[in-house]
Every structure is written in C-alpha cells, then in structure tokens.
Design a protein around this ligand. Structure first.
Ligand SMILES: [Zn+2]
Length: 114
C-alpha cells in the first residue's frame, strides 16, 4: 500500500491494516540483514585454470551492512540454505515493518497515534 492509499483510509481501517501487517511478521529471531552474492574466485596457484578466467566456485557471500560499514562474509555451503531462508524472511519482515511505519506516520499526522 502506498502513501496516497494510506492517506485515504479511516483511522479504524489503518489500525486494522496495522494489526494485519504485524500478524504477518514471523521468526524475527532469524533476522539476517544483507544480500547474498554468488561469485567466482581466483586462487593463489600460478598455473591454475582460474588464471585463464575459469574461476573457482561460484561461492556464496553475504554482503552485510552493520555499524556503519559494509562487510562481505563467506557463507559455507552447509549453512547456505539457512542463510537464504533467513535473508528472504528478513526482506519480507522489513517490507511489513516499513508499511507499519508509514501507517504510524499517517496516524501521527492525524494526531491519532496512541
Ligand atoms: Zn585456481
């Protein structure tokens, strides 16, 4: 729901929508912010095929932004499915939180924030 659609709803409807969005949040303990990248790498051995452009991998990395800086962390294959599920869930939850915040902003404008 965008800002102009939100501005057209009654306070009662906004509160109902807000409850509905909050109920859609799940497994917040699995929050993992970042983006998964799949990249090939070069190794250190001189005569390796990767020196001719046949890179090793692809390997999975998590690009995570935390405490004001961005880090890229290797994701071992054994935890890759879990990492994908966590990142996906986090994107879904953050979309819900964003809309909840937009509704609360509208409630604030109407002096209906409790
Ligand atoms: Zn190599």
């Amino acid at each position: 729901m965008n800002a102009s659609e939100i501005s057209e709803l009654s306070v009662g409807r906004l509160l109902a929508r807000r409850r509905q969005l909050a109920a859609g949040l799940s497994d917040v303990d699995r929050t993992l912010r970042g983006v998964l990248l799949h990249e090939g790498r070069r190794c250190s051995s001189e005569g390796c095929r990767c020196r001719r452009g046949e890179l090793h991998g692809p390997y999975t990395y998590l690009a995570a932004y935390a405490e004001g800086r961005s880090r890229t962390i290797y994701v071992p294959a054994v935890v890759q499915p879990a990492a994908e599920a966590h990142v996906e869930l986090t994107h879904r939850n953050e979309a819900l939180l964003l809309e909840i915040s937009q509704i609360n902003l509208e409630l604030l404008r109407r002096r209906a924030l409790e």
